[in-house]
Write a protein that binds this ligand. Sequence first.
Ligand code: ZN
Length: 309
Amino acid sequence: MKARVAIGIDIGGTNTKLALVTNEGAIRGAKSFKTQDYPDFPAYLKELTRQIQELIELKKTTSLAETPIAGIGVGAPNANWNNGHIVSPVNLKWGKVDLAHQLEAAVGLPVELDNDANTAAIGEALFGVAKGERDFIMVTLGTGVGTGIYAEGQIIRSVNGKAGEGGHIVIEKDGRQCACGGKGHLEAYASSPGVELTGEKIFGRKITAKEVSDLCTKGDALANKTVDETAEWLGLGLSTMAAVLNPTMFVLAGGVSQISEDFDKRVQHWLDVYAFKAIRHEARVRTTSTNQENGSVLGAAALILHGKH
Ligand SMILES: [Zn+2]
């Protein structure tokens, strides 16, 4: 197969990552900058364009010098593949922006934009632990909780482009306040702020998710309880998704997926406890195998290199 190359971009609430990616998933010239430094969207777009130009210059010095860039794939929170817009994500202060068309105009290359959980799912399907799976759900566990759904070999987006917001299913009536404004949503329990609230309840003091993780590694009983309760909330939420979609796999990614070495096994346990009997044990819970840092950049570039999914 002839080598092809695209630029993959992952826009996160904290950092923006970008790199040249080949159709075989090789990454060149990975870069990042602080999204938070650009609360004003025109200034952000200017910086992003500058970084992209640097990558284009860098390409000229590599073995890919003669290979034209096929386009730019972008993953971002609350991004809508249907219209190329990013709509007021909790962690970005831009409001609604037409990123795809503005970036296309600034750089002169075709741009495809998709929700970051979808791009992570595409990366995992092409290059990771979900290779060959036709029905699986990517679950990103960071500041928020995102899901990207593959059903019968395709990403599910819906006519309005907002399918797969599994972080906002209700798992407890009148439960914790979610960052989206709702109550009792999975995100309020399985995100890193969710771990911190559970930890505060169990420890009787404020505690960071990192401290919970470090203490859990050392065998601390309260940290172990915090991790297990988090796994239970997540397993409960996933059992609902499993009943609806009957996936063969859940792939966990993001900081909370690393909170303990056996977090995927704990989530598997609780998923099987809560799952509908007819499909119990049919969905395996795995941790991402694409590099945590690069999975969504790979998937974003794949929007260009491997078609629409
Ligand atoms: Zn919510």
